[in-house]
Design a protein around this ligand. Structure first.
Ligand SMILES: Cc1cc2nc3c(=O)[nH]c(=O)nc-3n(C[C@H](O)[C@H](O)[C@H](O)COP(=O)(O)O)c2cc1C
Ligand code: SF4
Ligand code: SF4
Length: 289
Protein backbone atom coordinates (compact mmCIF):
# COMPACT_ATOMS: atom_id res chain seq x y z
CA UNK A 1 0.00 0.00 0.00
CA UNK A 2 1.52 3.44 -0.95
CA UNK A 3 2.14 5.82 1.93
CA UNK A 4 1.58 9.55 2.18
CA UNK A 5 2.74 11.97 4.86
CA UNK A 6 0.81 15.23 5.21
CA UNK A 7 2.65 17.88 7.21
CA UNK A 8 0.65 20.99 7.97
CA UNK A 9 0.35 23.82 10.46
CA UNK A 10 -3.04 24.57 11.96
CA UNK A 11 -3.90 26.69 14.99
CA UNK A 12 -7.64 27.17 14.65
CA UNK A 13 -8.32 23.88 12.90
CA UNK A 14 -9.28 24.80 9.32
CA UNK A 15 -6.05 23.57 7.71
CA UNK A 16 -6.40 20.39 9.77
CA UNK A 17 -9.94 19.84 8.42
CA UNK A 18 -8.81 20.25 4.84
CA UNK A 19 -5.84 17.94 5.50
CA UNK A 20 -8.31 15.30 6.75
CA UNK A 21 -10.49 15.69 3.66
CA UNK A 22 -7.50 15.33 1.33
CA UNK A 23 -6.46 12.26 3.38
CA UNK A 24 -9.96 10.80 2.91
CA UNK A 25 -9.56 11.19 -0.88
CA UNK A 26 -6.18 9.49 -0.74
CA UNK A 27 -7.57 6.69 1.46
CA UNK A 28 -10.23 5.99 -1.13
CA UNK A 29 -7.38 5.55 -3.62
CA UNK A 30 -5.78 2.96 -1.31
CA UNK A 31 -3.21 5.23 0.33
CA UNK A 32 -2.15 4.90 3.92
CA UNK A 33 -1.94 8.48 5.23
CA UNK A 34 -0.15 9.95 8.25
CA UNK A 35 -1.07 13.47 9.31
CA UNK A 36 1.26 15.70 11.31
CA UNK A 37 0.52 19.17 12.67
CA UNK A 38 3.74 21.19 13.16
CA UNK A 39 2.73 22.96 16.34
CA UNK A 40 5.61 22.20 18.61
CA UNK A 41 7.59 19.08 17.83
CA UNK A 42 9.49 18.55 14.57
CA UNK A 43 7.75 16.54 11.83
CA UNK A 44 8.72 12.91 11.18
CA UNK A 45 11.25 11.99 8.53
CA UNK A 46 9.50 11.54 5.19
CA UNK A 47 11.93 8.85 4.02
CA UNK A 48 9.82 5.74 3.35
CA UNK A 49 6.83 7.75 2.12
CA UNK A 50 5.73 7.74 -1.53
CA UNK A 51 4.00 11.11 -1.40
CA UNK A 52 4.33 14.26 0.71
CA UNK A 53 1.69 16.94 1.30
CA UNK A 54 2.42 20.38 2.80
CA UNK A 55 -0.45 22.47 4.16
CA UNK A 56 -0.29 25.96 5.57
CA UNK A 57 -2.46 28.92 6.50
CA UNK A 58 -1.46 32.32 5.15
CA UNK A 59 -0.05 34.52 7.93
CA UNK A 60 0.67 38.14 7.09
CA UNK A 61 0.58 37.41 3.33
CA UNK A 62 3.25 34.72 3.54
CA UNK A 63 3.73 31.28 5.08
CA UNK A 64 4.18 31.31 8.88
CA UNK A 65 7.85 31.14 9.86
CA UNK A 66 7.57 27.60 11.31
CA UNK A 67 6.42 26.37 7.87
CA UNK A 68 9.16 28.22 5.97
CA UNK A 69 11.75 26.98 8.48
CA UNK A 70 10.56 23.42 8.01
CA UNK A 71 10.85 23.74 4.22
CA UNK A 72 14.31 25.26 4.50
CA UNK A 73 15.49 22.46 6.81
CA UNK A 74 14.36 19.69 4.44
CA UNK A 75 17.01 17.58 2.79
CA UNK A 76 17.06 17.30 -1.01
CA UNK A 77 14.11 15.09 -1.98
CA UNK A 78 14.86 14.29 -5.61
CA UNK A 79 11.72 13.38 -7.52
CA UNK A 80 9.42 12.79 -4.51
CA UNK A 81 5.85 13.70 -5.54
CA UNK A 82 4.49 16.55 -3.41
CA UNK A 83 1.28 18.55 -3.18
CA UNK A 84 0.59 21.86 -1.49
CA UNK A 85 -2.56 23.26 0.07
CA UNK A 86 -3.15 26.73 1.47
CA UNK A 87 -5.84 28.26 3.69
CA UNK A 88 -6.60 31.96 3.81
CA UNK A 89 -9.18 34.35 5.21
CA UNK A 90 -8.95 37.32 2.84
CA UNK A 91 -6.05 37.28 0.34
CA UNK A 92 -3.45 34.58 -0.11
CA UNK A 93 -1.54 36.49 -2.82
CA UNK A 94 1.67 34.62 -3.74
CA UNK A 95 2.09 32.69 -0.46
CA UNK A 96 1.55 29.39 -2.28
CA UNK A 97 4.27 30.28 -4.82
CA UNK A 98 6.78 30.57 -2.00
CA UNK A 99 6.03 27.08 -0.71
CA UNK A 100 5.89 25.58 -4.19
CA UNK A 101 9.20 27.21 -5.16
CA UNK A 102 10.87 26.01 -1.96
CA UNK A 103 9.79 22.43 -2.69
CA UNK A 104 10.85 22.65 -6.34
CA UNK A 105 14.22 23.93 -5.09
CA UNK A 106 14.57 20.70 -3.08
CA UNK A 107 13.94 18.65 -6.22
CA UNK A 108 10.33 17.64 -5.43
CA UNK A 109 7.86 16.82 -8.22
CA UNK A 110 4.65 18.80 -7.78
CA UNK A 111 1.47 16.81 -8.33
CA UNK A 112 -1.12 19.25 -7.04
CA UNK A 113 -1.91 22.67 -5.58
CA UNK A 114 -5.13 23.37 -3.67
CA UNK A 115 -6.44 26.36 -1.75
CA UNK A 116 -9.56 27.10 0.25
CA UNK A 117 -10.90 29.74 2.60
CA UNK A 118 -10.69 29.38 6.37
CA UNK A 119 -12.50 31.45 9.00
CA UNK A 120 -10.11 34.29 9.83
CA UNK A 121 -9.73 34.57 13.60
CA UNK A 122 -6.91 37.11 13.43
CA UNK A 123 -7.56 39.12 16.64
CA UNK A 124 -6.73 42.44 14.95
CA UNK A 125 -9.74 42.10 12.63
CA UNK A 126 -12.02 40.70 15.33
CA UNK A 127 -11.18 43.61 17.61
CA UNK A 128 -12.32 45.96 14.84
CA UNK A 129 -15.56 43.98 14.44
CA UNK A 130 -14.75 42.03 11.23
CA UNK A 131 -14.93 38.27 10.82
CA UNK A 132 -13.73 37.28 7.36
CA UNK A 133 -14.67 33.97 5.74
CA UNK A 134 -17.05 33.00 8.57
CA UNK A 135 -17.92 29.31 8.59
CA UNK A 136 -15.27 28.39 6.01
CA UNK A 137 -14.15 25.94 4.74
CA UNK A 138 -17.60 25.10 3.39
CA UNK A 139 -18.85 21.55 2.83
CA UNK A 140 -18.30 22.19 -0.88
CA UNK A 141 -14.66 23.15 -0.32
CA UNK A 142 -14.16 20.06 1.86
CA UNK A 143 -15.53 17.78 -0.83
CA UNK A 144 -13.31 19.54 -3.39
CA UNK A 145 -10.39 18.80 -1.06
CA UNK A 146 -11.37 15.12 -0.97
CA UNK A 147 -11.59 15.07 -4.75
CA UNK A 148 -8.21 16.79 -4.90
CA UNK A 149 -6.80 13.88 -2.84
CA UNK A 150 -8.12 11.40 -5.41
CA UNK A 151 -6.66 13.41 -8.31
CA UNK A 152 -3.29 13.61 -6.62
CA UNK A 153 -3.24 9.82 -6.16
CA UNK A 154 -4.03 9.34 -9.87
CA UNK A 155 -1.26 11.78 -10.87
CA UNK A 156 1.34 9.93 -8.79
CA UNK A 157 0.37 6.83 -10.76
CA UNK A 158 1.25 8.69 -14.00
CA UNK A 159 -1.95 10.66 -14.66
CA UNK A 160 -1.50 14.00 -16.38
CA UNK A 161 -0.82 17.08 -14.24
CA UNK A 162 -0.92 20.50 -15.82
CA UNK A 163 1.02 22.61 -13.37
CA UNK A 164 -1.26 25.05 -11.54
CA UNK A 165 -0.58 28.67 -12.44
CA UNK A 166 1.45 30.83 -10.09
CA UNK A 167 -0.59 33.17 -7.87
CA UNK A 168 -0.39 36.92 -8.35
CA UNK A 169 1.93 38.97 -6.11
CA UNK A 170 0.41 41.49 -3.69
CA UNK A 171 -0.10 45.13 -4.63
CA UNK A 172 2.53 47.55 -3.20
CA UNK A 173 0.73 48.42 0.05
CA UNK A 174 0.51 44.74 1.06
CA UNK A 175 4.11 44.22 0.00
CA UNK A 176 5.08 47.01 2.34
CA UNK A 177 3.05 45.39 5.14
CA UNK A 178 4.71 42.08 4.49
CA UNK A 179 8.09 43.78 4.76
CA UNK A 180 7.08 45.53 8.00
CA UNK A 181 5.96 42.14 9.32
CA UNK A 182 9.15 40.37 8.27
CA UNK A 183 11.40 38.27 10.46
CA UNK A 184 13.71 41.06 11.60
CA UNK A 185 10.79 43.06 12.94
CA UNK A 186 9.31 39.97 14.61
CA UNK A 187 12.56 39.14 16.40
CA UNK A 188 13.55 42.63 17.36
CA UNK A 189 10.27 44.40 17.97
CA UNK A 190 6.98 42.45 18.08
CA UNK A 191 8.30 39.41 19.99
CA UNK A 192 9.59 41.71 22.73
CA UNK A 193 6.25 43.33 23.43
CA UNK A 194 4.62 40.35 25.20
CA UNK A 195 4.37 40.07 28.94
CA UNK A 196 2.05 38.57 31.54
CA UNK A 197 0.15 40.88 33.87
CA UNK A 198 1.60 40.07 37.30
CA UNK A 199 -1.71 40.69 39.04
CA UNK A 200 -3.68 38.34 36.81
CA UNK A 201 -1.23 35.55 35.84
CA UNK A 202 -1.65 32.38 37.93
CA UNK A 203 1.37 30.64 36.37
CA UNK A 204 -0.95 27.93 35.00
CA UNK A 205 1.36 27.20 32.03
CA UNK A 206 -1.39 27.10 29.38
CA UNK A 207 0.37 29.67 27.18
CA UNK A 208 3.64 27.72 27.41
CA UNK A 209 1.91 24.46 26.42
CA UNK A 210 -0.01 25.97 23.51
CA UNK A 211 2.65 28.13 21.87
CA UNK A 212 3.32 26.46 18.49
CA UNK A 213 6.90 27.71 18.24
CA UNK A 214 8.07 26.91 21.77
CA UNK A 215 8.59 30.64 22.25
CA UNK A 216 7.40 30.79 25.86
CA UNK A 217 9.34 29.29 28.75
CA UNK A 218 8.90 29.20 32.50
CA UNK A 219 10.63 31.99 34.36
CA UNK A 220 10.78 33.01 38.00
CA UNK A 221 7.78 31.76 40.00
CA UNK A 222 6.83 29.57 36.98
CA UNK A 223 5.59 32.67 35.18
CA UNK A 224 5.88 32.78 31.39
CA UNK A 225 8.76 34.49 29.65
CA UNK A 226 8.55 35.21 25.92
CA UNK A 227 11.49 34.61 23.58
CA UNK A 228 12.15 35.98 20.09
CA UNK A 229 10.81 33.14 18.00
CA UNK A 230 7.22 34.35 17.82
CA UNK A 231 4.86 33.65 14.91
CA UNK A 232 2.42 36.31 16.12
CA UNK A 233 -0.39 33.78 16.09
CA UNK A 234 -1.83 35.21 19.36
CA UNK A 235 -2.75 31.80 20.76
CA UNK A 236 -1.13 32.75 24.07
CA UNK A 237 -3.25 35.88 24.33
CA UNK A 238 -6.48 34.27 23.14
CA UNK A 239 -6.25 31.12 25.25
CA UNK A 240 -4.97 32.56 28.52
CA UNK A 241 -7.76 31.72 30.98
CA UNK A 242 -7.02 34.86 33.02
CA UNK A 243 -6.73 37.25 30.05
CA UNK A 244 -3.33 38.10 31.46
CA UNK A 245 -1.25 38.30 28.28
CA UNK A 246 -0.39 41.85 27.32
CA UNK A 247 1.12 42.84 23.98
CA UNK A 248 2.42 46.26 24.93
CA UNK A 249 1.81 48.83 22.19
CA UNK A 250 1.54 46.01 19.62
CA UNK A 251 -2.08 46.54 18.66
CA UNK A 252 -1.56 50.30 18.50
CA UNK A 253 1.39 49.85 16.12
CA UNK A 254 -0.60 47.45 13.91
CA UNK A 255 -3.90 49.33 13.93
CA UNK A 256 -3.43 51.54 10.82
CA UNK A 257 -2.62 48.44 8.72
CA UNK A 258 -5.40 46.43 10.31
CA UNK A 259 -8.03 49.07 9.64
CA UNK A 260 -6.88 49.59 6.04
CA UNK A 261 -6.87 45.84 5.35
CA UNK A 262 -10.19 45.16 7.04
CA UNK A 263 -12.03 48.00 5.32
CA UNK A 264 -10.62 47.12 1.90
CA UNK A 265 -11.47 43.43 2.25
CA UNK A 266 -14.96 44.24 3.60
CA UNK A 267 -15.65 46.28 0.45
CA UNK A 268 -14.47 43.43 -1.80
CA UNK A 269 -17.39 41.29 -3.00
CA UNK A 270 -15.07 38.30 -3.50
CA UNK A 271 -14.41 38.10 0.28
CA UNK A 272 -17.15 36.95 2.67
CA UNK A 273 -17.38 39.07 5.78
CA UNK A 274 -19.69 39.28 8.75
CA UNK A 275 -19.68 42.05 11.35
CA UNK A 276 -19.33 41.10 15.00
CA UNK A 277 -19.52 43.08 18.21
CA UNK A 278 -15.87 44.05 18.88
CA UNK A 279 -16.52 43.41 22.59
CA UNK A 280 -17.10 39.73 21.81
CA UNK A 281 -13.80 39.36 19.90
CA UNK A 282 -12.26 37.02 22.46
CA UNK A 283 -15.24 34.67 22.55
CA UNK A 284 -15.23 34.54 18.74
CA UNK A 285 -11.47 33.92 18.68
CA UNK A 286 -11.93 31.07 21.19
CA UNK A 287 -14.68 29.58 19.04
CA UNK A 288 -17.26 30.15 21.80
CA UNK A 289 -19.65 32.01 19.49
C1 LIG B 1 -2.05 35.65 12.85
C2 LIG B 1 -2.87 35.45 11.63
C3 LIG B 1 -2.48 36.05 10.44
C4 LIG B 1 -3.26 35.85 9.28
N1 LIG B 1 -2.87 36.45 8.10
C5 LIG B 1 -3.62 36.26 6.98
C6 LIG B 1 -3.26 36.86 5.75
O1 LIG B 1 -2.25 37.57 5.62
N2 LIG B 1 -4.05 36.67 4.67
C7 LIG B 1 -5.18 35.89 4.74
O2 LIG B 1 -5.88 35.74 3.74
N3 LIG B 1 -5.52 35.25 5.89
C8 LIG B 1 -4.77 35.43 7.00
N4 LIG B 1 -5.11 34.82 8.17
C9 LIG B 1 -6.24 33.88 8.17
C10 LIG B 1 -5.77 32.44 8.12
O3 LIG B 1 -4.90 32.21 7.05
C11 LIG B 1 -6.98 31.52 7.97
O4 LIG B 1 -7.92 31.84 8.92
C12 LIG B 1 -6.63 30.06 8.07
O5 LIG B 1 -7.76 29.33 7.69
C13 LIG B 1 -6.21 29.66 9.48
O6 LIG B 1 -5.80 28.31 9.48
P1 LIG B 1 -5.96 27.35 10.76
O7 LIG B 1 -7.43 27.37 11.13
O8 LIG B 1 -5.56 26.02 10.25
O9 LIG B 1 -5.09 27.85 11.83
C14 LIG B 1 -4.39 35.02 9.34
C15 LIG B 1 -4.77 34.42 10.54
C16 LIG B 1 -4.02 34.63 11.68
C17 LIG B 1 -4.43 33.98 12.97
S1 SF4 C 1 -1.89 31.21 30.32
FE1 SF4 C 1 -2.13 33.21 31.31
S2 SF4 C 1 -2.36 32.75 33.47
FE2 SF4 C 1 -1.52 30.91 32.51
S3 SF4 C 1 0.72 31.16 32.71
FE3 SF4 C 1 0.14 32.04 30.73
S4 SF4 C 1 -0.16 34.21 31.15
FE4 SF4 C 1 -0.20 33.17 33.13
S1 SF4 D 1 1.86 34.77 19.69
FE1 SF4 D 1 2.17 33.68 21.60
S2 SF4 D 1 1.54 31.56 21.14
FE2 SF4 D 1 1.87 32.57 19.17
S3 SF4 D 1 3.97 32.12 18.60
FE3 SF4 D 1 3.98 34.10 19.67
S4 SF4 D 1 4.40 33.57 21.78
FE4 SF4 D 1 3.75 31.69 20.79
Amino acid sequence: MPRCLIVYFSQSGTTARVAESIAAGLHSSDYEVDLFNINGSPPPDFGGYDLLGIGSPVYYYRPPFNVSDYLRSMPVIRGLPVFVFMMYGTYRFDTGNRIRRALAGKGAREVGYFHAHGADLYPGYLKEGYLFSPGYPTEEELSQAEEFGRHVAARVEGGEYIMAEADRPPPPIYRFERFALGRWFFRNIYSRLFKADREKCTACGVCIQLCPSGNIVEGRGRRPVWGRNCLLCFTCQVQCPEEAVIWRLGWTLMRPFTIYNARSAARDASVDCSRIDPKSWLRVARGEE
